[in-house]
Design a binder for this molecule. Structure first.
Ligand code: ZN
Length: 276
């Protein structure tokens, strides 16, 4: 009887120890690099975006952020060696041809199984060149143009995905709405879309947010995020000019937090294209 009891209790302790190891590992926040360098248009919402991304990491405990705000920080923190210490990369309203030390190494790093998250003008980055840039292929779409800011009803394409499951069938938001080129429905998993042109209201498919695989890496992109009052529910209290109610920016924050957690592999969600 005694002989049987001892190995059982040892096995039990060992199992508890393993569970403890797994739970500590899961609780370790992931490391994200938030890039806000611009070589084209510079959005006034960038400081707000940086602040909100830091807060989302802290409040959720899911990730910590480091910032790349200028060319020098990009040269230091984004070399092929330096990239290896991060679990993923957020391009928040970047624009233009960024001076990445080694773009090929950057894309391979994502392909190897890391997270890439892009907001708004992340699709206006490495854009407008003769050939489709490999960065655009990774992202899944390229900014073409936009018209006046407008209120749109985004259709929720996936009620189970971490980035959109908190939203109803439609998400109504006031922002600068992008039109895309080099976007292929059969290569992305749609999350938010419009069934009409944002300004002219002619019927069509106008993507707003999506996710996709890039090798082993996960890519989440949302074209929303031009305005400060989308990023920050409190912004309009100080600055006036409110077009989005607090609940809209709170929903936007859940949208990007869900997208980030999904891209980091912390929460599950479908990445298969709905269109074949
Ligand atoms: Zn914009």
């Amino acid at each position: 009887m005694k002989n049987k009891f001892i190995p059982n209790s040892i096995a039990c302790l060992f199992a508890l120890f393993c569970a403890f190891l797994v739970s500590t590992q899961a609780a370790t926040p992931r490391k994200l690099l938030v890039v806000t360098v611009t070589k084209g248009f510079r959005h006034s919402s960038i400081p707000t975006a940086e602040k909100i991304l830091g807060e989302l990491g802290q409040k959720s405990g899911a990730f910590t952020v480091e910032y790349v705000r200028n060319d020098q920080e990009m040269a230091e923190k984004m070399t092929s060696t330096a990239l290896k210490q991060y679990d993923g990369f957020i391009f928040a309203n970047t624009t233009g041809i960024l001076p990445l030390p080694d773009k090929e190494a950057f894309l391979s790093e994502i392909k190897s199984g890391k997270a890439f998250i892009g907001m708004h003008s992340a699709s206006d980055t490495f854009h407008g060149q003769d050939a489709i840039d490999p960065y655009i292929e990774m992202l899944g779409g390229e900014f073409q143009t936009h018209h006046a800011q407008v209120r749109v009803d985004c259709l929720n394409q996936d009620r189970n995905h971490p980035a959109t499951r908190h939203l109803d069938a439609t998400f109504t938001v006031f922002d600068e709405i992008y039109l895309f080129k080099n976007f292929h429905r059969d290569q992305v998993h749609g999350l938010l879309t419009l069934n009409a042109h944002p300004n002219e209201k002619t019927p069509g498919d106008y993507p707003v947010a999506w996710c996709k695989m890039y090798g082993q890496g996960r890519v989440f992109y949302t074209s929303l995020g031009h305005r400060e009052d989308i990023w920050d529910p409190g912004w309009a209290d100080k600055n006036g000019n409110r077009e989005n109610a607090r609940e809209v920016s709170e929903a936007y924050q859940k949208h990007i937090l869900g997208g980030i957690k999904w891209a980091l592999g912390l929460e599950k969600g479908d990445a298969n294209p709905q269109a074949k």
